[in-house]
Design a protein around this ligand. Structure first.
Ligand code: TYD
Ligand code: MG
Length: 488
């Protein structure tokens, strides 16, 4: 009793096994398996089990795992084809126009399970309450409520206060609970079109051991919600917090189970929020929604270039030593500001970058500094080069090389890089620029955010004549010398 069960979970793909692997058996990433301890399943802790099932039957709701004898294979022609997904999608219009709809691929699909992930405090509850309001406005043919919004995180009063702040008056039904069986039962009894559950980390299944938020609970609850969505045709929107510390008892593990995964991103001190689908069984994952968090909730940013101009400093007083990199994390794109400071006669040693860099490895910093000296003719020898990645991020991707080099050049030459220019590319020891993966996706994000110019490796130029980039100047360069000629 009280013995712990050890599980190994890949922090890249969420694959779970009972033993350690050097390389994940599912996604083949190396060194990603992390150990988790969980108390054993319920039947080991005294709950009666029948016929080898871990969960007692009486405690199971309609949507919980069922005995396989209830199911039988069905002939292909007997299968109910249902309806055309596109015609039946629930449209979402409102304060943020079509942003959410288009990220979802044209509206919410009935009977789908959508996970909305993001850092705590990013605005997930706000987004979902606003979505709920839109659906409630659409109505549900008169009788039944359109939306049931269940929160395990906040009291009904708190949600009410937020609704006031968002000026929401629609008929949303609120419920506060963390017991998933109770939630599904209550939701089913009123038959809404959409059920919102905030958040997966707070709900639990009585029959499963382990506290709410643990891997087993999170997986089982999501599976129950999926079953509920599929059997009732009610769409479920589920909130999942992402943990900065790499804790994976969250969205990563769930990505396989659910139909759609949306991530909400944004800088802590910036009002802008991005919403992106990283998985969508009913549409593409290329759409990016951009919002602004205002006093009265999220609003669509219709003109992205305007949004870019509202930043704190204007073109006239940009500092030297700043450059923008475009980094991808999984399928998420981040614009990252890199700061460089070149200091001659520095009190700190100029011979090594150790201790002078933050968010970039010293090896990378040294390499780029040396390449700039040798291949681009910059007289950096006597300079200590300090590098900093804003907001405490760490760049592991080589796609950031060019922006690092550009920031160093900008500081050394005391030439501020004008706003609206970004750099993408890997640097080789010869000073040459190399291609990086998914450069089109990165540039699409830049274009959407109102950037005017992007410096890329020469090879990338060809494939980039896509639509939507008309406003964007793509500058292809073979090596660092060409970059310096083009920008400085
Ligand atoms: P919230 O939706 O609670 O985040 P999450 O559910 O992802 O944890 O939003 C958190 C932040 O949003 C909070 O710091 C306050 C801010 N906010 C606004 O700026 N305007 C608003 O209208 C609302 C409701 C919240
Ligand atoms: Mg919340």
């Amino acid at each position: 009793k009280g013995k712990l069960k050890t599980q190994w979970v890949c922090n890249n793909c969420g694959h779970t096994t009972g033993q350690w692997w050097g390389t994940c058996p599912s996604c083949a990433s190396a060194g990603t398996m992390e150990e988790f301890h969980e108390s054993k399943l319920a039947h080991d802790n005294g709950v009666k089990s029948k016929g080898g099932l871990a969960i007692s039957e009486e405690s199971m709701g309609l949507w919980l795992p069922q005995r396989s004898r209830d199911l039988r294979p069905v002939k292909l022609d007997e299968v109910n084809r249902g309806f055309d997904l596109h015609q039946w999608r629930i449209p979402l219009h409102g304060a943020f126009g079509n942003e959410v709809s288009s990220v979802l691929g044209g509206g919410l699909v009935p009977g789908s399970l959508t996970l909305v992930g993001g850092d705590p405090g990013i605005g997930k509850s706000t987004l979902l309450l606003q979505i709920a309001a839109m659906i409630a406005t659409e109505g549900n043919g008169g009788k039944a409520p359109s939306v049931v919004y269940v929160s395990g995180e906040e009291s009904l009063e708190q949600i009410g206060t937020r609704a006031d702040r968002l000026a929401i008056k629609s008929n949303i039904y609120l419920y506060s609970s963390t017991d998933i069986e109770d939630i599904l039962e209550k939701a089913h009894s009123v038959s809404p079109r959409v059920l919102v559950v905030d958040s997966i980390q707070t709900v639990y299944l009585k029959a499963i051991a382990g506290s709410a938020g643990g891997i087993t609970q999170v997986k089982e609850c999501t599976t129950a919600l999926m079953r509920f969505a599929k059997t009732t045709n009610i769409s479920v929107l589920l909130v999942g917090h992402v943990n900065k510390s790499g804790e994976i008892a969250g969205p990563r593990v769930l990505e396989h189970i659910v139909d759609v995964v949306l991530y909400m991103e944004g800088e802590r001190h910036s009002p802008y929020r991005m919403l992106r689908a990283v998985k969508n069984r009913f549409g593409s994952t290329d759409e990016l929604g951009v919002f602004e968090m205002s006093q009265s909730g999220l609003q669509a940013v219709s003109n992205a270039s305007e949004m870019f101009l509202t930043e704190q400093y204007s073109d006239s007083n940009v500092l030297a030593g700043l450059a923008i990199a475009v980094i991808m994390d999984g399928s998420r794109t981040f614009l990252i500001e890199i700061q460089a400071l070149c200091l001659s006669n520095s009190p700190v040693s100029a011979s090594s970058s150790a201790g002078l860099v933050n968010g970039i490895t010293a090896t990378k910093a040294n390499m780029i500094k040396c390449v700039l000296i040798k291949q681009a003719g910059l007289h950096l020898q006597e300079n200590a080069v300090f590098l900093n990645v804003v907001n405490g991020l760490t760049i592991t991707e080589t796609a950031g090389d060019l922006a690092i080099a550009a920031a160093i050049c900008s500081s050394f030459l005391e030439f501020p890089i004008p706003k609206g220019i970004a750099f993408i590319g890997e640097i080789g020891l010869g000073g040459e620029l190399h291609m990086v993966p998914r450069i089109d996706k990165r540039i699409y994000t830049l274009a959407k955010l109102g950037y005017r110019m992007c410096v890329v490796p020469k090879q990338a130029e060809k494939g980039l004549e896509a639509e939507g980039l008309a406003e964007m100047k793509i500058v292809g360069c073979r090596n660092l010398k060409e970059v310096i000629d083009a920008v400085f």
